[in-house]
Design a binder for this molecule. Structure first.
Ligand code: UDX
Length: 434
């Protein structure tokens, strides 16, 4: 098939390249000319394992091309919208990029195309797109919802081997076309109407975020009653009704999806006069959780004024260079406001901007820890877990270490001379669970 993908972020780029691997002819469009130029030369603007190799292979095979405009001289069977839907101040998803694309596609798409949304869009957006197309005299274009569930860091594998496909369609022809587009993928397909598909995406992300906030609440209670949250999660997760995934206590969820989508779903509910009490609490718990280390830093250091604190990890999770809604950045803002000096370390992120300020990041943990009064492990990169902590401790002025992801072995840290605290109580010795 001939596929047009608009937007070359994590979702658009990975989707486009994976579809091209399946033999479809793909045109990826992005308004950012510099990005298009880099992609056309085989350079990926984002860090995602395996992505650059895949890009170069598909360019070489002539299966994909990158343009800064929607072409009118290329056959297109299906157009996918994969542009950003960031949060507005109200929590509502900003759909201006989506509607700008629809406007352009109404003028450029060939007759009887299928238009599907990959971006996470509020329930009812498909119907609004249909109305826009009708007012532009383009009722010939059919509209579908095709939500994406890929995770950054494993985006290619998630796209090639999804656990399910969701087709939000209003007619059998569209369903058939989407089945053909995904013919190479073996996965259960949920066929439903558009509003239901749009809700599946939000409900999935909101549920996973709920699991994370739930285990973080349990962790905070564990710390106070002397129970080990890692074992609690293990003991809970073996119940197949609960499941083991997304029960890792830590500094909460970040990234481009969970924070934005949970806020948006609270807003969607509010617009139909429904107070989504549970999800509001999930958001609030997450907000509080990312600042957990601060309480301990005050206990350790008293005043934070002039103290040197190292944040290990800037990416919102390992395996990505994405810093959107990263706990590290929020933690740094609070610590700076308390007068602390912050140094950042990350194996992939080299620099970032926050509130118009530029921050440098070193990839050398020893350099970052030099003369530090305390360190907080924010992102569980393997480089930090495997670090020679005895050597690391020698760099530090004071030996306080907060493990915000519960990945460091308390016995090993003690042997290195470090004073360790983590999320929820984690004892030095436990009996192995069989
Ligand atoms: C998520 C969804 O998983 C994906 O289906 C959707 O399409 C986009 O949002 P992503 O944001 O890439 O993907 O990362 P994910 O691995 O799901 O982690 C999200 C956040 O939750 C991270 O900040 C991670 O650190 C945190 N997390 C995850 C926990 O704190 N504990 C866990 O047990 C799992």
């Amino acid at each position: 098939m001939n596929v047009l993908v608009v937007g070359t972020g994590y979702v658009g780029l990975v989707t486009g390249l994976c579809l091209s691997m399946h033999g479809h002819h793909v045109t990826c469009v992005d308004q950012d000319q510099a990005k298009v130029d880099a992609l056309s030369r085989g350079i990926s603007p984002i860090y995602e394992p395996g992505l650059e190799d895949l890009l170069q292979a598909q360019l070489q095979a002539n299966q994909v091309q990158f343009l800064s405009y929607v072409p009118t001289d290329v056959i297109i069977d299906i157009a996918l919208i994969a542009v950003g839907t960031p949060s507005m101040a109200t929590g509502e998803a900003d759909l201006s990029a989506v509607f700008a694309v629809v406007d352009e596609l109404a003028r450029t798409l060939p007759p009887h195309c299928l238009l599907a949304t990959k971006s996470t869009v509020p329930v009812g957006t498909g119907t609004r797109i249909e109305a826009l197309l009708r007012s532009a005299s383009r009722s010939d274009i059919r509209v579908a919802s095709l939500p994406e569930f890929l995770r950054e860091g494993s985006a290619i594998n998630d796209t090639l081997n999804p656990e399910r496909l969701v087709f939000g369609v209003n007619d059998a022809e569209t369903e058939q076309q989407l089945r053909s587009l995904h013919a190479a993928i073996e996965a259960p397909v949920v066929v439903c109407d558009r509003a239901t598909a749009e809700m599946i995406k939000y409900a999935s992300n909101a549920f996973l975020a709920t699991k994370i906030s739930f285990i973080n609440e349990i962790a905070n209670i564990c710390e106070r009653v002397g129970a080990d949250v890692s074992k609690v999660a293990q003991g809970m997760g073996l119940d197949s009704r609960i499941g083991a995934s997304f029960l890792r206590a830590g500094l909460g969820y970040g990234g481009s999806c969970f924070p934005k989508d949970t806020r948006a779903l609270v807003n969607i509910a509010g617009q139909v006069d429904y107070d989504f009490t549970l999800l509001r609490a999930v958001v609030e718990v997450n907000q509080r959780q990312r600042l957990e280390p601060i309480r301990r830093l005050y206990e350790w250091l008293g005043d934070l004024q002039g103290k040197s604190i190292t944040l290990l990890g800037v990416a919102f999770k390992p395996g990505t260079d994405d810093v959107r809604e990263s706990p590290s950045i929020e933690l740094a803002r609070e610590l700076e406001a308390a007068g602390a000096n912050i140094r950042f370390c990350d194996p992939v992120v080299k620099q970032f901007h926050d509130n118009g300020r530029h921050f440098e990041v070193t990839d050398d943990p020893f350099e970052a820890l030099h003369h530090a009064d305390a360190a907080v492990l924010v992102t569980e990169w393997p480089q930090f877990i495997k670090l020679d902590w005895t050597q690391a401790a020698k760099q530090m002025r004071q030996l306080f270490l907060f493990d915000g992801r519960n990945v460091l072995d308390p016995g090993e840290m003690e042997a290195a001379g470090l004073i360790l605290s983590n999320i929820g109580y984690r004892p030095k010795h436990t009996y192995a669970v069989v």
